[in-house]
Ligand binder design. Structure first.
Ligand code: ADP
Ligand code: MG
Length: 476
C-alpha cells in the first residue's frame, strides 16, 4: 500500500503478535475503553474498545475536502430543521408507511402548534463518508449518511491518535507515527454543549445525558462529561424511565428531573423504535421536547437527519432552496452526494425499482432506520423489492448507489478474537457542532474526525454492533 505500512511489517508474524500486545495496553492506558458485554452497567470489569492495529491510509485531498464541507453541512441541517414545509413534503411518503417516523413527526407538529419554547439550538452531528475508488485509482468522497442524533465515538476517537503513535514507534515506524493527526472531537462537542448551557443561563441547571438501558459505551460519553466538569457544569445521566417517573415541567416550562432543573438534554438514546418501550416513553420524549431545555437534537433536527431527507436533498434544485445565492456552497455539498433514488409511488419510483432489480449489486436498499444492521444488499434487494414493489410499503425505503472503497489489509483487535489479517473497508466520519440563538449562529465548527474500519466480509454495522473498529487516518 502506497505510503502506508509496508508488507515487511504487515507479514512479520512475530512482530505483529508483539505489537498486538503493546497495542492493547496502549489502548487501555489511553482510555480507549468499553464495558464488557456481560456487565454493561458496571465499570468493575472493562476492556479496550475494538480498534485496528495500524492506521489506514486516506488520501489527503479527500480528507481535507471532508473537513471543509462540514460547516456547510451544519448550516444545511439547521436550515432544514427550520423549514416546516420542506420537512412535511419530504417526509410525507415515509410517514404514510413508517409508524416510527410518523410518530416523531406528530411530536414535531405538536411542538409547532404550541410554538417552540426554546430558541437556543444545539446541533452535534457526524457526517459519514466512504471513498469511491475506481480502477484508475481516483478517490471520490461520498456521503453515506449524516447522523444528527446521538452521533457517537467523538470521545474515544479523541484518544486514538496516541494509541497508533505508540504502536508505530514500537514497530520502528517513527515517520508514520509522526503523520498521525491530532484529533479531539470531545473538546469541540463539549464546547458546543457548554455554550448552549451558558446561553440557557442558570448556573445550577444541569446537562442531562439521556442514556440507554445498557451502557457499554459509557466511556465515550464520559469524555464529553469530563470536559463539562472542567467548566464546572453539572451533569446528570438519566434513562427514559427516570424521566417518565420524575420528569415535570414548571409553569414556565422549565424541565425538572429528580428535582433537578435541566438546561440541556443530550440524547444518546431514542433513535430506534425499540428505545420507546411504552406509551410513557413517548410521553417522556414529548415532555422534553415541549420544555424550555435545549434539546440536542430537537425534534425537527432529528427529522432533518432522516435518510428520506438525504434522498430528497439529492434531487436537482433542492440544495439551492437552502443556499439560494451560494452556488459554490451548493457545489461543495453536492460533490459529496452519491446517487440516491426515490421509491415513492409513480413513474420515478417505478424506474428505481426496475433499475435495482436489473443490477442489485450496484445498490444498497435502506429502510428509514438508524443504528446499523438494517440495510439490504445484493440478491436480498430483489427479494424485498419483489414483495413490496406494487404497494406503498416500498415508500419506507430509499435506494442508494453502492460505494466501492479499495480494501486495505489490517489486523482488527477485539477482545477474545483471534489475531489474523483481514481485508478491510473504512468509513470516515466528520463531527460538526453548532449553536444558534434565534437568528444568530454563535458557533459553527468542524470539531474532529472518526475513522472506523471493518472486515470487508461485513456489508453493514458499526462499532457498537461489534462489526467496525476504531482507527486513525494516515494521510497519503
Ligand atoms: P445506519 O443509520 O444504520 O448507520 P448507514 O446508512 O450508515 O445506516 O449504513 C450502515 C452501514 O452500511 C454503513 O456504515 C456502511 O458500512 C454501509 N453502507 C451504507 N450505505 C452504503 C453505500 N451506499 N455503499 C456501501 N456501503 C454502505
Ligand atoms: Mg451509519
Amino acid at each position: 500500500m502506497a505510503q502506508g505500512i509496508p508488507e515487511t511489517v504487515m507479514m512479520n508474524t512475530a512482530l505483529i503478535k508483539e505489537l498486538a500486545d503493546v497495542a492493547k495496553d496502549a489502548a487501555l492506558l489511553q482510555g480507549v475503553l468499553m464495558r464488557i458485554q456481560e456487565t454493561p452497567n458496571s465499570s468493575e470489569l472493562v476492556t479496550y474498545a475494538p480498534f485496528t492495529l495500524f492506521p489506514t491510509p486516506v488520501p489527503k485531498a479527500v480528507f481535507v475536502q471532508s473537513l471543509s464541507v462540514q460547516t456547510h453541512y451544519n448550516t444545511l441541517v439547521d436550515k432544514i430543521s427550520q423549514d416546516t414545509d420542506f420537512l412535511q413534503e419530504a417526509l410525507a411518503s415515509t410517514i404514510a408507511v413508517d409508524d416510527f417516523t410518523a410518530r416523531l413527526f406528530r411530536i414535531h407538529q405538536q411542538i409547532l402548534k404550541e410554538g417552540r419554547s426554546q430558541h437556543i439550538v444545539l446541533g452535534l452531528n457526524r457526517s459519514d463518508y466512504m471513498l469511491d475508488q475506481r480502477e484508475d485509482e481516483t478517490s471520490s468522497l461520498k456521503q453515506i449518511e449524516i447522523n444528527t442524533f446521538a452521533a457517537s465515538f467523538g470521545g474515544l476517537s479523541s484518544r486514538m491518535p496516541d494509541v497508533h503513535r505508540n504502536i508505530l514507534k514500537v514497530a520502528g515506524r517513527l515517520e508514520e507515527s509522526q503523520r498521525i493527526l491530532d484529533n479531539n472531537p470531545a473538546d469541540g462537542l463539549a464546547r458546543a454543549v457548554a455554550k448552549a448551557w451558558e446561553l440557557y443561563g442558570r448556573e445550577r441547571a444541569a446537562v442531562m445525558f439521556l442514556v440507554e438501558e445498557s451502557q457499554r459505551n459509557i466511556f465515550d460519553q464520559r469524555y464529553i462529561e469530563t470536559e463539562l466538569w472542567k467548566r464546572d457544569i453539572p451533569t446528570i445521566r438519566r434513562r427514559f424511565d427516570d424521566v417518565c417517573k420524575t420528569g415535570s415541567l414548571s409553569q414556565d416550562k422549565r424541565l425538572f428531573v429528580d428535582g433537578q432543573e435541566v438546561a440541556v438534554v443530550y440524547y444518546r438514546n431514542g433513535y430506534m423504535p425499540q428505545n420507546y418501550i411504552s406509551e410513557q416513553t413517548w410521553d417522556a420524549r414529548l415532555l422534553m421536547e415541549r420544555s424550555l431545555a435545549v434539546k440536542c437534537p430537537d425534534i425537527s433536527t432529528h427529522l432533518a437527519g432522516t435518510k428520506k431527507v438525504q434522498q430528497v436533498l439529492a434531487r436537482p434544485g433542492v440544495l439551492e432552496r437552502f443556499f439560494p445565492n451560494q452556488p459554490q456552497v451548493v457545489e461543495q455539498i453536492r460533490a459529496t452526494f452519491a446517487g440516491l433514488y426515490t421509491l415513492d409511488m409513480g413513474p420515478e419510483g417505478d424506474k428505481t425499482v426496475a433499475m435495482a432489480l436489473a443490477a442489485p449489486d450496484r445498490f444498497v436498499l435502506k429502510p428509514q432506520r438508524e443504528g446499523g444492521g438494517n440495510n439490504i444488499y445484493g440478491s436480498e434487494i430483489c427479494q424485498v423489492l419483489e414483495g413490496v414493489k406494487e404497494s406503498t410499503e416500498r415508500m419506507a425505503y430509499i435506494l442508494m448507489d453502492k460505494i466501492h472503497p479499495t480494501p486495505v489489509q489490517n489486523y482488527l483487535l477485539r477482545r477474545d478474537a483471534a489475531l489474523k489479517i483481514s481485508s478491510c473497508l473504512s468509513e470516515l466520519g466528520v463531527f460538526g457542532a453548532y449553536v444558534r440563538k434565534g437568528s444568530d449562529m454563535v458557533m459553527n465548527e468542524c470539531v474532529g474526525h472518526l475513522l472506523r474500519t471493518k472486515s470487508s466480509e461485513h456489508s453493514d454495522g458499526g462499532v457498537a454492533a461489534g462489526v467496525a473498529v476504531l482507527d486513525n487516518p494516515l494521510l497519503i
